[in-house]
Design a protein around this ligand. Structure first.
Ligand code: ATP
Length: 304
């Protein structure tokens, strides 16, 4: 009913304000008077398209090269797309445009076939889930932090989402359980635990599109596997665009886009790109070499 709708809008707006507060940005994006909902788009729900996207950060000087230039790709509903590439290539910027934190300065980003500039801001936010390296938790209970994603979620729904995100068994060990206060000055969850809370939020919100910035920081092998399984659960049945660092994610992707200097320079499956022997093959070789070094160091440490 109407109550429910207005509650959702308020929650989204509050959440959006908090996201911007957190990122220290001002929402400069204003809805067009005739803005539509994602659901009204001519294309299928969950379809994300970048059409010849150019992007320049507003603080960049006019004569500098664009951060993104000529970026085109389509993520069909349910497809898993991986973005890989060197540091500073523009991968995070792609995700920022996909969540409309910024708007393209050339070309267009389309959701379900609608140019996002013609879509209501809150509608985009409602259709996108984000799991990034930094999970922001409010100074509030775990239950409240989860309910930002779904205000009317029952306790059972919270538990179900946390089970699927492999965090329920951790919360259960807390004296206050789901009432444990987290965030600034609250109980300090580890990075991996916070990420799993973020994954539980995605499961509660149930958006058609998931944007994922995989952790680069080495979680230990056990937590990495747990987070990976939780992410797989969250990605299942959703369009997922991932900044991928783990080889396992890249290999499992339907398509990999290699980003370099603001361009997509290679696209294809792991096997195709490896056979091409280009930048992707180099990146994989680099990663294999460094993981071998890590494994060697671990072996050395064990022997000491
Ligand atoms: P990494 O893997 O290191 O995170 P990335 O591929 O995600 O890198 P981006 O973070 O998208 O790359 O950055 C692309 C370029 O845009 C970089 O040159 C970066 O310095 C610049 N950039 C990123 N964010 C901003 C910003 N808010 N304002 C101005 N320039 C920015």
């Amino acid at each position: 009913g109407l109550m429910r709708v207005s509650l959702d809008v308020q929650t989204s707006t509050a959440l959006f304000a908090r996201i911007f507060e957190y990122l220290d940005l001002k929402p400069s994006i204003v809805d067009a008077p005739d803005a539509t909902d994602v659901a009204d788009g001519p294309g299928p729900m969950g379809r994300v398209e970048f059409r010849d996207v150019e992007f320049r950060y507003s603080d960049a000087s006019d004569d500098s090269t664009a951060t993104l230039d000529g970026v085109s790709f389509v993520a069909e509903p349910g497809a898993h797309v991986a973005l890989v590439g060197p540091s500073g290539a523009g991968k995070s910027t792609v995700l920022s445009l996909a969540s409309r934190l910024y708007e393209a300065t050339g070309g267009a980003v389309l959701f379900a076939g609608s140019d996002v500039r013609q879509v209501k801001q809150h509608s985009i936010i409602d259709h996108v889930g984000i799991v990034s390296q930094e999970t922001y938790l409010f100074h509030a209970s775990i239950a409240d932090n989860l309910r930002y994603a779904k205000p009317d979620a029952t306790d059972e729904e919270l538990i179900e989402a946390c089970r699927a995100a492999s965090i329920h068994h951790v919360i259960e060990t807390f004296e206050q359980g789901y009432d444990t206060i987290v965030g600034e000055r609250g109980y300090r969850l580890s990075g991996g635990e916070k990420q799993r809370i973020a994954i539980a939020r995605v499961l509660l919100k149930d958006p058609p599109v998931l944007l994922l910035d995989e952790a680069t920081s080495a979680l230990d092998t056990v937590s990495e596997r747990i987070v990976q399984e939780a992410l797989d659960a969250a990605a299942n049945g959703r369009t997922t665009i991932t900044i991928a660092h783990r080889l396992s994610t890249v290999i499992g992707a339907d398509v990999i886009h290699v980003v370099d200097h603001g361009h997509i320079v290679e696209s294809g499956s792991h096997a195709t790109l490896l056979a091409e022997g280009g930048l992707y093959a180099d990146l994989v070789a680099e990663q294999l070499a460094s993981s071998r070094v890590l494994a060697d160091e671990e072996t050395l440490a064990e022997q000491e």
